[in-house]
Design a protein around this ligand. Sequence first.
Ligand code: SF4
Ligand code: SF4
Length: 474
Amino acid sequence: MTDSRTPLPTPTVRPSGGDGGERAWSPPSVHVLAKPTGAICNLGCSYCFFLDKEQLYEGDTFRMSDEVLDTYLRSLIDQHRTPQVTVAWQGGEPTLMGLDFFRKVVALEDRYRRPGMTFLNTIQTNGTLLDDEWCAFLAEHEYLVGISIDGPRELHDAFRVNKAGRGTFDQVMRGLRLLQKHRVEHNVLTTVNRVNGDHPLEVYRFLRDEVGTAWMQFIPVVERVDEHGAPADLRGLHASSRSVGPEQFGTFLTTVFDEWVQHDVGRVFVQTFEAAARNWAGLGSSGMCVFDETCGLGMALEHNGDLYSCDHFVDPEYLVGNIGETSIDDLVSSRRQHAFGQDERDSLPAYCRECDVRFACHGECPKNRFLTTPDGEPGLNYLCAGFKDFFHHVDVPMKIMLGLMRRGHPATDVMEILARGGQQLVDDWNQETARRGARPGSGPGPEPPEVGIPRRPVTERGRRATGARAAEQG
Ligand code: SF4
Ligand code: SF4
């Protein structure tokens, strides 16, 4: 680790109070996804949008230096006016940096932390390089580890392959079991593509029952290509043959949702469903930038200190600056970054602005908006048809869960309500909602039925008493 600390760049412009100056807003925190190896990865997943980014830094060593690391953590901490700082590592494959790099990270956090400040350390990895030493470190420093698995072997191995083109399922599962052995907190990131997109229940049940995860993210694979099928990143107007289809993604989500809402509410967390619930509740932020009205608070840091507007916009056009020259605070507060985030809302076509599930979808991420609307306006999301299906499909169960919570019941009671009422309940509810002229998510809708669900005993004594009663009743 370097001892000769590079001075932090001094803020170039102070908050302007609104007009003039270069600061457009003053967010109290920012989420930076740092890529210490840039695009370099030990695997060669066929659909990886990031592998091509290597060309941005041709001839580079692709390793974050001690100087950049030091500047990064000080600048990140300096930017935060919240007590918790998230330090998130991603790739490429960040574990390629070796464990010593991460030992420096936690040492620097200790050195620069302000009184009362805590860190949430996260790392997204393919898991293949993890061993006991890694996992002991991750457990000791309470890292939250995201591990990428696309489903059971034959679905995972369809695209998640090594450089020789061979499947990586066994290596990933080995890494996962090591994390579990060391009790490292972890969740699973599953990309939904053209192959596993046809097997929603198989994927979900595998993650739930065999992987044993309680927290899942389903990320649609949308690779943009030109009319000849060549990669065209942010400029392509077509989706590659590996990309999940719009309706396919909608069916994937609705099928998993039905399984979840009937069996797993409260014990399995699916990020998309949590975000939808927050939007149905009107909480202001869904917790997923893609389903919020605006964005701009999730930036990407390259190994050399270049800070980009977003992980999906690592492209010269979206380079905001370098943290060696300008502080993270100035970069995130810049008019340029603010405009980038506002654009998520401001670039919506009229078709989305008038959509009845806009409150939940918000046109999803601008990187996927490369279709034209039925009336010819550009900027419609490639996945629109799937999102429309999904958000309409979940309207009734979402309202039932919100209604339950409003009346002081746990949302988990929705499982019993659906089991008792089944499809009839959903149909009645839809009819009543239509009679009132309500749109999805608009207003509370009809009250959920009073079903007199027995409360589950929460104390050990209560559990024993219930068990005894059940035994008496035979
Ligand atoms: S561009 Fe997309 S992924 Fe990036 S911050 Fe905005 S919504 Fe999120
Ligand atoms: S469902 Fe389609 S039309 Fe509606 S907001 Fe989303 S992308 Fe736009």
